[in-house]
Design a protein around this ligand. Structure first.
Ligand code: SF4
Length: 487
């Protein structure tokens, strides 16, 4: 999108740009957690309404601390991919992204200028009123001929005594659908609070009952707990001896995995405060970092474990340990998404939440255009190009461990009790397997991959993986070697 940011040799011609960032929870242990966010990012990318769609995570990379640095424009809309408001959307995400906001987010979202970028942070997708349409779409999938004469709808929420907001949204959706008159009766029921899901045979009278779980994804609750509590045996279950006579229950898939959630995301982005403007500029620091990388790539470059080789107008990426192997021996990838899926797991099939750990899988090569090379590198080493360039320009400020620890809340507040020796013990164990150099622990990086040292990558602050390991260390639950935490 950017044509010339040099300001020299002719008119500067920049095209207005907009970036969309989708934030997921992610997981240190399980590669599946990020997949829903990838899927929505892809659906929205295909519509071409944003110049870029980037995924960010609490427990994967790019992390909440890094993701803003990876956006190419100065106009950024951030959408938390959560089904309800709560601790993550109100505390963790705003804090880690430096939004200067804590607590409930107003309906129009929060807008801030952070490091030259205008950042709009919205409510989570699950609270948007158009989720009602997603519930109805899920209901239609299991019972296309539902009607107001004989069909009831149960909107099923998790519910919890700690977060009133999560049940409020389920009630609001149930109210809206009831008012629309499409069902004989509409009930909001919950797994963890009253009215409980197990009470349905007493309260629901209609012979046909559609159950739509208001959950983010398929998982233990939708596959085990709900069927067990309701006595369901599959998508359709007959109950012959219920208090109100014969009833047939149609069990829908969770709302959060429906493709129409992409429309909800776009509504949120459109309605965010200050959205709909002309868009932003190319973020100059970001562009300069990528130009520095591309200059190296055009001559051939090694970044960490990956080798970038120019080849007749395109670029090849492969694990440097596969250097010299005939292309025919390797799996050839041709898209950034293909690279993303390849590098998410080690050769042994383990999830890689920290991409700079020295366990990049082997046996593949990717052949990519220059535009795709940028996206592929973002997936191989999220935020590495931006942070390394900033480091080389003396613009990367390390965050000492004590500051990272002080910021932690909830179950991670415990890391504030860690002694320097405990933190060092964990770092010795985990960080020695990582390409990055711990600036946060006072280590110095003098040469980077941008000037010929492949492993020269800075680590400005302890990643969430190390924070979680320090928590285990403080709790005395950490065994020797490898990682042990369970989130
Ligand atoms: S904290 Fe350690 S493991 Fe995490 S990114 Fe930095 S150097 Fe790597």
């Amino acid at each position: 999108m950017f044509r010339d940011n040099s300001g020299r040799g002719g008119a500067v011609q920049s095209v207005r740009m907009r970036s969309l960032v989708l934030i997921g929870h992610g997981s240190h242990l399980n590669g599946e957690s990020a997949v829903a966010v990838y899927r929505y990012a892809e659906l929205i990318r295909q519509r071409g309404l944003f110049d870029e769609v980037i995924e960010g995570y609490w427990k994967e990379e790019p992390s909440l601390r890094q993701v803003l640095k990876t956006t190419a424009s100065t106009d950024v809309t951030v959408i938390p991919m959560f089904i309800s408001e709560g601790y993550f959307t109100e505390t963790v995400i705003p804090r880690e992204m430096g939004l200067g906001h804590q607590g409930p987010v107003p309906p129009e979202g929060v807008a801030r200028v952070i490091g030259g970028r205008t950042v709009r942070y919205t409510l989570p997708y699950g609270v948007h009123p158009s989720m009602t349409d997603v519930i109805l779409a899920r209901a239609r999938e299991v019972l296309p001929d539902a009607n107001p004469e004989d069909t009831a709808l149960i909107v099923l929420g998790h519910g919890t005594t700690r977060n009133e907001n999560s049940n409020r949204i389920v009630y609001q959706n149930a109210d809206r659908i009831r008012e629309s008159g499409q069902f004989a009766e509409v009930q909001a029921l919950f797994l963890d609070e009253d009215p409980k899901v197990g009470t349905w045979p007493e309260t629901v009278r209609s012979p046909r009952v559609v159950v739509v779980p208001f959950f983010a994804s398929e998982g233990w609750h939708t596959l085990e707990t709900i069927p067990e509590d309701m006595g369901l045996t599959g998508t359709v279950t007959d109950f012959t001896e219920n208090p109100h006579g014969h009833q047939q229950v149609f069990y829908a898939r969770p709302v959060g995995t429906h493709a129409a959630v992409a429309d909800v995301i776009l509504h949120l982005a459109e309605e965010a405060s200050g959205a709909g403007g002309p868009g932003g500029d190319t973020e100059r620091g970001h562009e300069a970092a990528w130009q520095a990388f591309l200059k190296g790539a055009r001559a051939g470059l090694r970044v960490g474990e990956v080798l970038v080789t120019p080849e007749l107008g395109v670029f090849e990426l492969r694990n440097a340990l596969d250097e010299g192997r005939p292309g025919a021996d390797l799996t050839t990838l041709v898209t950034p998404e293909g690279v993303r899926d390849q590098v998410r797991f080690t050769d042994g099939g383990e999830h890689r939440p920290v991409h700079t750990l020295r366990n990049l899988p082997r046996g593949w090569r990717a052949v990519l255009s220059e535009a795709d090379l940028r996206r592929a590198m973002h997936y191989v080493y999220p935020a590495v190009i931006e942070e390394t360039y900033a480091h080389d320009c003396h613009a990367l400020r390390p965050t000492p461990w004590a500051t990272t620890a002080r910021r932690q809340t909830g179950i991670y507040a415990k890391v504030q009790k860690a002694t320097p020796a405990q933190v060092e013990h964990v770092a010795q164990d985990v960080c020695t397997g990582c390409l990055r150099t711990r600036l946060w622990a006072g280590h110095k990086l003098t040469q980077s991959f941008l000037n010929g040292v492949p492993g020269g990558i800075p680590c400005a602050e302890a990643c969430t993986f190390v924070v979680a390991e320090v928590r285990e260390e403080v709790s005395g639950k950490r065994g020797g070697g490898g990682h042990s935490h369970s989130h």
